[in-house]
Design a protein around this ligand. Sequence first.
Ligand code: NAP
Length: 279
Amino acid sequence: MDYIKLSNNLEVPQLGFGVFQIAPEDTKEAVKKAIEVGYRHFDTAQAYFNETQVGEAIEESGIDREEFFITTKVWHSSHGYEETKKACEESLNKLKTDYIDLYLIHQNIGDIFATWRALEDLYDEGKVKAIGVCNFTPSRFTNLSLHSKIKPMVNQIEINPFYQQDSQEKFYEKYDAVIESWGPLAEGKNNIFSNPILKEIGEKYDKTVAQVILRWILQRGIIVFPKSVKKERMIENFNIFDFELSSEDMEKIKELETGNPIANIDDPMFIEAISKYGV
Ligand code: NAP
C-alpha cells in the first residue's frame, strides 16, 4: 500500500473502498469481504445510511481500530454548528469508534462556515483526526481556506478518465491540500470498461481497464476508493501496485476527457436538487 500525507502529517492509505450505493443490508458483507482482501481505508457518509454496517464489519474483524482509516461526511441537512456536532456524535456511535480519521463536508450547500467551525472544534477535541470538504470548486475552496483557522486538508471531487480535472493537482498543492477521487470508474457509465484506449493500454501491462484507471489516479498522487460488491472485483481493484504506466500512456488517457461530469456541482439545478434531499 502507498500512503499520502496530509498537511497535519496524518497518513492516508492511497487506495480505499467506497460504500456509496451499497444497500445497508449488503454493506456489512461487502466491507467484510473488502477487509479480507486487504482494504483498511473505508469511505462512507451520513447520507449513505450504512455507517452502522461499516462499523459492525470493522468491529467484527477483530483487527485493531488503529489499522483502519475511516472517512465519513456530514450531509447538508445537518449543517450548522450544533447540528454538525450532533451529526458527528451520531456517526461515531454508528461506526462504533471514538474517533473518525477524516471528517468531510459532503456538499457545498447551506451554512458552510458554521459547519466548518464545528469541524475545526471536533478536530481540536481529537474526535476527528483530519478535516476536509467534498465537491468544492477551486473558488469556493479558496474562500473557505482564506477565512478559516484550519484550512481543509482534503477536497474529495469527481475524477475519472471522462472528467479528469487536470489542473487541480497544482491548485490544491498551493493550499497544501490533497485530492480524493470519487467515481473513479465513472460509476461504470459510458461503457468505460470497454473503452478501446483503456483496453489497449491494459493489454500492454496485462491489466484490466479498472486497474489501468486506478493506477492512472494513483500516479497523479490522488487518493481513490472504488466501490464493488463483488469480491473478485475488490481483488482486481486492489492489485494495482505491481505496475507503472509510462508517461506516454498517462498522456494517452488525457484524450478521453469529455468535459462532462457525472454531477455538475456548479450548476444551480444540481444545488436545487440536492437541497431537497435531507437525511
Ligand atoms: P465507482 O467506484 O466509480 O464505480 C462503481 C461501479 O463500478 C459499480 O457499478 C461497480 O459494480 C463497478 N465496478 C467496480 N469495480 C469494477 C471492476 N473492477 N470491473 C467492472 N466493474 C467494476 O463509483 P462510486 O461508488 O460512485 O465512487 C467510489 C466512491 O466514491 C463511493 O463509493 C463513495 O465512497 C465516494 N463518492 C463520493 C461522492 C461525494 O460526493 N463525495 C460521490 C460519489 C461517490 P459492482 O459493485 O457490481 O462490482
